[in-house]
Write a protein of this length. Structure first.
Lengths: 247, 311
């Protein structure tokens, strides 16, 4: 494991040097943060950029990691009942692979794997809790569900290049969103090779009363629970008493 | 109009949540059930993470129950003495249920066993109520024939044992006299069930009060509501403390919606005769049982399900 890590690190360093030598793309999201207020219901983050050679482009957007519980139903006689659980950790909440053409037609498999351009090869760890099915089946289920939700997706029409130079793309952030750092990685591709790269990022953060509520719920959980419950009781009692008396 | 929920990390349609609240409030006001069996699946169906749905549902119920209890109190429908005894029982039973659940989980297959037992119990209670209330309604239409007194030998034996228990007490509001131990044990049974199943248990408690404790239907509904106030408040506080899963925005929206439902439900309940109220409750209980059976027998479209853990 250690050795593999070291090799991966070395590859990454070589890649970085190589990439710096062969830039050719600059790219920047229009904002470095997305504020989630109480009226948030999904938004677009626009990316602007420029390339200095005629080439294809791949933009990978990776959301912060999240923990997910998978569960499964099994048939026993005529009944469908709970048949196992698995914890998935370290998987990005969202992975978008935007490109100017289908990625499979731009890069050979080895290159795609090296640059992490395969949705179903995203790194994650799976811990089956019960159910006796293989890790691999949980993994496939995870990717299938993520893709069905649209949180993991490939889109070969999401990048617009105008006049051969100017790059524009909209990242559609869903309404159900994980807070944290979203990383953007752009790869310039020609002749089955990556010839340039650039990276950027933006933060998704909760602001205003939502942030305050979230903070209170986590920092003073019990006090928060007591206050919320009492407030709910006062609200229910007060409103009912008010509407009732009028009659 | 959309509202982003800070704890659930997603946006919801305010009108939809208000409507959910109204429906559940109506049922609460009418037949004294908490409605957790209804609100939790509705919220999960909307995409709210299950743990947030359960927890915020409990917070909402504490609010709705506070309002509904007030209305029931103005109608003189709460037997406070009975409520306190049942409550003491249900807390004892609830504590025991948590321990039992832990032991059973370690044994495996716990969830499935409980669900089956629950479906059987619900079906039995619901169908018996249905038969009884329909019979009562039919008899009321033909008043010439007096209701036959059917006391089987088992029931007579049970009654003679119960009447000899110590701590005989007069429950004046309910108009019954019995040993404190009876409601205490029944409360403990419901409490145990609630902590095993994670539901409020109003729809088991009300039938028990009506049929086993022989309380008038209206008093049973009011007393159940008052009792639920404490049960749900305790669950709400625990869920916030342990799981950080109470979303105040969600709960407040549900409560606002429930206000409309509760007062109209309680007003309708005050006008309906006891047997019709029992019929409605029976239909609710049978409905819940059928819903649970359906989830058991209908093949799911997707075998796997994914739920995000709250950070």
């Amino acid at each position: 494991m250690k050795r593999r890590l070291r090799i991966a690190g070395l590859a990454l360093a070589l890649f970085a040097v190589h990439a710096r030598a062969a830039d050719g793309i600059v790219l920047e999201p229009e904002t470095d943060h997305v504020d989630i207020t109480t009226t948030y219901s999904g938004t677009d983050v626009r990316i602007h950029g420029a390339i200095d050679v005629a080439a294809d482009l791949i933009i990978k957007i990776t959301g912060p990691a999240q923990e997910v519980t998978l569960s499964r139903e099994v048939q026993r006689g005529p009944f469908w009942i709970g048949g196992g659980k698995a914890e998935v950790s370290g998987a990005p909440s969202l992975v978008y692979l935007y490109a100017t053409k289908p990625i499979a037609s731009l890069l050979p498999p080895a290159e795609r794997a090296r640059h992490g351009l395969e949705l179903e090869a995203v790194e994650l760890s799976i811990e089956p809790q019960a159910g006796g099915i293989s890790e691999d089946r949980w993994r496939r289920a995870f990717f299938r569900l993520k893709e069905r939700e649209g949180m993991y997706r490939e889109d070969d029409r999401a990048i617009r290049i105008t006049r051969g130079r100017l790059v524009m793309s909209d990242i559609n952030l869903p309404a159900e969103i994980e807070f944290g750092t979203y990383r953007i990685e752009a790869l310039l591709v020609r002749g089955g090779k990556v010839i340039g790269r650039d990276a950027g990022q933006f933060e998704v953060r909760q602001v205003g009363i939502g942030r305050w509520v979230w903070g209170a719920a986590h920092l003073h959980a019990w006090l928060f629970g007591v206050v919320c419950t009492l407030a709910a009781m006062v609200l229910g009692f007060g409103l009912n008493a008010a509407t009732h008396r009028r009659r | 109009m959309e509202l982003f929920l800070p704890i659930a990390h997603m946006d919801v349609n305010i009108a939809l949540i208000l409507a959910y609240g109204a429906v559940v409030g109506f049922l609460s006001g009418l037949v004294g059930v908490g409605g957790g069996f209804l609100i939790t699946p509705l919220l999960i169906f909307t995409g709210i993470p299950p743990i947030v749905a359960v927890s915020s549902g409990a917070t909402q119920m504490a609010g709705t129950a506070a309002g509904a209890s007030y209305i029931q109190w103005t109608h003189g429908n709460i037997d406070f003495r009975m409520a306190l005894v049942l409550l003491a029982g249900s807390w004892l039973g609830g504590g025991f249920g948590v321990v039992l659940a832990n032991a059973l989980v370690r044994g495996g297959d716990f969830g499935n066993v409980v669900i089956f037992l629950y479906v059987v119990l619900l079906g039995f209670v619901g169908l018996s109520m249905l038969v009884e209330s329909l019979g009562a309604i039919l008899r009321a239409r033909a008043p010439a024939r007096p209701a036959p007194a059917r006391h089987g030998p088992l029931e007579r034996l049970a009654r003679s044992i119960v009447s000899r228990l110590p701590f005989q007490t007069e429950f004046r509001v309910s108009g019954v006299r019995m040993s404190v131990l009876v409601p205490l044990v029944l409360g403990a049974f419901v409490g145990m069930l609630t902590s095993l199943m994670g539901v409020g248990g109003g729809f088991i408690m009300v039938p028990i009060m009506i049929y086993l404790l022989r309380m008038p239907t209206r008093i049973a509904v009011g007393t159940s509501m008052f009792q639920l106030l404490f049960t749900t408040a305790a669950v709400s506080i625990m869920q916030a403390g342990v799981n950080h899963a109470v979303d105040p925005f969600l709960a407040a929206t549900l409560i606002l919606g429930s206000i409309v439902g509760t007062s109209s439900g309680a007003r309708l309940g005050a006008r309906l005769p006891g047997e019709k109220l029992r019929l409605i409750l029976a239909l609710v209980v049978v409905g819940v049982a059928i819903k649970m059976v359906m989830t058991l027998v209908i093949p799911p479209a997707e075998l796997y399900e994914m739920s995000t853990k709250l950070p």
